[in-house]
Design a protein around this ligand. Structure first.
Ligand SMILES: [Zn+2]
Length: 480
């Protein structure tokens, strides 16, 4: 809802028909009936290629609000887009006052249509700097990839269905995106999707597949030790297995982008996967050996894709439940690799041992329970390990407990699938929600087991097999 300035309600109906050849070669027609909601469009242009300097102009039509609020999207790892020379005007070019409150930009447009513009520098000079992780947008003469959160100040109030974005960086490039696109135009379905919109263009090679009702595209750049098809086969197997686990996927279309990892840390390059809505970036080291496609590093694909359900559709209600979001995702990411035969039983067992040993050696073992790890400083590597390793082992223990107490009829995945199907528009869950869901299938009270798992540091359930034994806790007896 928004405030109406004029007494009579002005109905603004914008009918927009765009027809263009999409990647699938069909001719789509978008009908956008905006009713009384304002309509928005953005334009991204290259101002200075030397500094990857781009100009973003936005406009809003049909607004009746006194104020228009734009927000800076979350920057993932902490840093955020930094607009240079922001200016807003009405349609006559008259400057509009803009107030900046934290991450919110409030334009005093007094019910008038408006335009705004700002510049952005999209280069990170130093590949050793932590900012490399934040800036996932890449602009080169040959190709570009753009993540919404690096580019757009996003409307905080409702706008009509479908925000139009025109991207004009280099002539002749054709866009591929997680949302509907034609040559240089994107249609983002809602303002909430703007920050997670991924678009690529230029020198990428594309592969496409349809798995059930879900479209899958792989865009890959540069030379690798593996063939495009080999990576795409691994991705397809993982995606198909996970969709099969849940029965359907939350989105109709996913875009995987495989590109070079720009990050260089102490140990050289590493693997890196980032997931934004329907987009997934796989950033690999160019020297990566082909054998890695058939090894545990591919868990970045199964892990990130699993978050579509556990993390996004079924989200943690608070930081104290992140152990489940991450733990169950780590656990199933390896299970999926095993089931699709991307890794062998031996590789799985080896990985599991690494996780268990690291958990048992964690300096926080005796003091921080997994339910507390997510509330702590996650820039601390040991705390992150406590959350992920402990989370993995806890998810495994919980899976076993459910299997055992349901006569092998159900496992943890059945709990997750049921929650996902019950809430197609998404849900936030906490430990009480988990306990009640488990109680239903197990037909008994799971809370003593789950509470100990989450709230007892070095619980015997997870640390009981420690060589030499943790004497603090005795092994949990599920029959009690
Ligand atoms: Zn994760």
């Amino acid at each position: 809802m928004f405030l109406m300035k004029s007494k009579s309600r002005i109905m603004t109906v914008i009918i927009l028909i765009i027809s263009a050849v999409t990647i699938s070669g069909t001719l789509p027609v978008f009908l956008i009936d905006a009713h009384s909601l304002p309509f928005m469009r953005y334009r991204v242009e290259l101002k200075d290629p030397k500094f990857d300097l781009v100009t973003i102009t936005g406009s809003m039509h049909g607004t009746l609000s006194d104020e228009t609020r734009l927000g800076i999207p979350d920057g993932g790892f902490g840093s955020k887009l930094d607009p240079i020379g922001f200016e807003a005007t009405d349609i006559d070019g008259e400057l509009l006052e803009t107030e900046i409150k934290g991450d919110t930009w409030i334009i005093k447009n007094g019910g008038r249509d408006l335009s705004f513009s700002y510049d952005l520098v999209l280069t990170v000079e130093d590949r050793y700097s932590p900012e490399v992780r934040d800036m996932l947008t890449l602009i080169e003469r040959e190709r570009f990839r753009m993540i919404g959160r690096d580019i757009y100040l996003v409307p905080l109030d409702e706008v009509s269905d479908g925000i139009i974005i025109d991207i004009e960086l280099y002539p002749g490039m054709t866009l591929h995106s997680t949302c509907a696109s034609n040559r240089k135009r994107l249609i983002v379905p809602a303002s909430a999707n703007l920050a997670v919109t991924l678009a690529v263009s230029g020198d990428y090679r594309y592969s496409q597949a349809r798995i059930g009702e879900t479209d899958l595209i792989l865009a890959i750049a540069g030379e690798w030790s593996f063939k495009d098809r080999e990576l795409f086969d691994v991705v397809k197997d993982i995606v198909a297995d996970e969709i099969d686990m849940f029965g359907s996927s939350p989105r109709e279309k996913y875009l995987f982008v495989c590109d070079q990892n720009p990050i260089r840390g102490d140990k050289g390059f590493d693997f890196y996967g980032v997931h934004f809505g329907g987009g997934m970036l796989l950033l690999f080291d160019r020297s990566m050996d082909r054998s890695k496609l058939y090894d545990t590093p591919m868990a970045i694909v199964s892990h990130e894709f699993f978050h579509n359900w556990n993390g996004e559709a079924v989200a943690p209600a608070s930081d104290s439940f992140v152990w489940f979001t991450e733990g169950a995702t780590v656990y199933y990411s390896y299970k999926v690799l095993l089931r699709t035969k991307i890794i062998s039983e031996g590789q799985y067992a080896e990985k599991r041992k690494v996780i268990e040993d690291r958990y048992l050696d964690n300096p926080y073992l005796e003091t921080v329970a997994i339910g507390k790890a997510g509330n702590n400083d996650l820039s601390d590597k040991d705390m992150v390990n406590m959350l992920y390793d402990g989370g993995f082992l806890a998810a495994e223990a919980l899976d076993m407990w459910i299997i055992e107490h349901t006569g092998r009829r159900y496992g943890l995945i059945d709990i997750l699938r049921t929650i996902y199907r019950k809430h197609p528009d998404g849900v936030r869950i906490d430990e009480q929600y988990l306990i009640s869901s488990v109680n239903v299938v197990a037909d008994r009270d799971s809370s003593p087991f789950i509470m100990e798992l989450i709230h007892t540091p070095a619980t015997g359930i997870l640390a009981g097999r420690r060589p030499g034994g943790s004497t603090k806790e005795k092994a949990f007896d599920p029959s009690v």
